[in-house]
Ligand binder design. Structure first.
Ligand code: CS2
Ligand code: MG
Length: 404
């Protein structure tokens, strides 16, 4: 068998997605997600101009060799654009390989290690009452765990709640120019414990509660927050400090027993090395789409498992159903599964990307369709062209740009 066609499909059924579609001489097709929120076209060019010309004629069964060739052959290694492009090829090849075997992908990854996949959903509120309503809504949808993000008194627009419409529903990051949000770490550190106290008072001590600091704290501020949240037993504190400075987590780790989750912006195992070998974190967050595909992410999970660290694949709405499908197959198979983030997608997105995975009573299952179980409606995709969109930026009251 050999690849005879490779094409990059860009579509925007509510937000931008980049998809690679491979076709073999035996008529099998494979899909891979290459969506990099806010920098989509960079990956389109990396794929269309530098990778697609290399794919025709290749044996699609040579998944590992193709991955190694694209990673080492580029010379310039790592980085979100490179690894998103390689991920799309990797997942499309796994899709083809599993279809050729007539099996759902998870069966090629060791088979099921569980019956279904536990998820967490996003609960957001501009203030605490609105957040409590949002938690109720997620619980009514069956989510077994909830991430809680709240507005901060005195701040106009903060992560997770600034891009909500007047009804409080989150608006996808589709600003034609970056939305400027404002930030005040001291106000944030004062407010988050009160948010946890209110949610615990309303929903009790058992509900797993997650929170995302979204890279905004210094190590000592992250240590402070971790300690302040201990009485509320968070499931995890995510991205508490920019973790490319892996040493920062040493200070946080020795200061608090609040579990730590890191890694949605990481794209190779080298980003995690100290974090894993020094037991500085509890969950690894990379997505299939941003980590170079199923091939390296499975290796990362096996490495993390040696340190009792669990998977927690990144799963917001900017991971396409193709990337989500690949994640759910991995979630079912790996032993050290932790939890899967799942925001779901718009109905139109689910029409463009018809997927076999199901979300029932707060749990996912990849289904039994051969491959990753996603079909792309190219005609409908073409009816929703790319629209420039940027992630917000963050500024302090004095105008200094801050981590978003
Ligand atoms: C967030 C993401 O889901 C999360 O944990 O960090 O929603 C993140 O803000 C977006 O994926 C950025 O594109
Ligand atoms: Mg996050």
């Amino acid at each position: 068998m050999k690849i005879v066609d490779a094409k990059v499909v860009v579509t925007s059924p509510g937000r931008n997605f980049v998809t690679l579609k491979l076709t073999t001489d035996e008529g099998l097709t494979g899909l891979g997600d290459a969506t990099l929120n806010g920098r989509e076209l960079a990956v389109v060019s990396y794929l269309a101009d530098h990778v697609v010309p290399l794919l025709t004629g290749l044996d699609p069964h040579r998944v590992e060799d193709t991955w190694q060739s694209l990673y080492r052959g580029a010379y310039w290694r790592r980085g979100p654009v490179t690894m998103a492009a390689i991920a799309a090829v990797d997942v499309a090849l796994w899709d083809i390989k599993a279809k050729a075997a007539g099996l759902p992908l998870y069966q090629l990854l060791g088979g099921a290690s569980r019956e279904r996949i536990g998820t967490y959903g996003h609960a957001n509120g501009r203030d605490i009452p609105e957040l409590l309503d949002s938690v109720r809504a997620r619980l009514a949808e069956g989510y077994p765990a909830v991430r809680i993000q709240s507005g901060i008194p005195g701040l106009k627009a903060v992560y997770g709640v600034s891009d909500t419409d007047e009804s409080g529903a989150p608006v996808l990051h589709q600003q034609a120019r970056p939305l400027v949000e404002d930030w005040d770490t001291a106000a944030y550190l004062r407010h988050v414990p009160a948010v946890f106290e209110a949610v615990r008072a309303e929903f009790g001590p058992e509900l797993p509660l997650l929170h995302d600091s979204h890279h905004r704290l210094t190590p000592v501020q992250a240590a402070r927050l971790g300690k302040d949240l201990e009485p509320f037993r968070p499931f995890w504190l995510e991205d508490c400090t920019p973790a490319e400075n892996q040493e920062a987590l040493r200070l946080v780790r020795r200061s608090t027993t609040t579990p730590l989750a890191v890694g949605e912006v990481f794209n190779t195992v080298y980003d995690y090395q100290a974090l894993i070998t020094e037991q500085l974190i509890d969950y690894v967050r990379s997505a299939v789409t941003h980590f170079g595909g199923v091939t390296p992410l499975r290796k990362l999970f096996d490495f993390a498992a040696q340190y009792q660290i669990k998977s927690a694949i990144h799963g917001p709405e900017d991971i396409s159903p193709v990337g989500m499908a690949a994640a759910v197959h991995l979630d079912l198979a790996v032993h050290n599964f932790g939890i899967q983030e799942f925001s779901g997608h718009t109905p139109l997105t689910d029409e463009v990307f018809r997927h076999a995975y199901t979300f029932t009573d707060g749990h996912l299952h990849p289904g039994e369709a051969p491959g990753i179980g996603v079909e792309l409606d190219e005609e409908l995709a073409a009816a929703h062209p790319y629209a420039p969109a940027y992630l917000p930026v963050n500024r302090l009251h004095d105008g200094t740009v801050h981590d978003w």
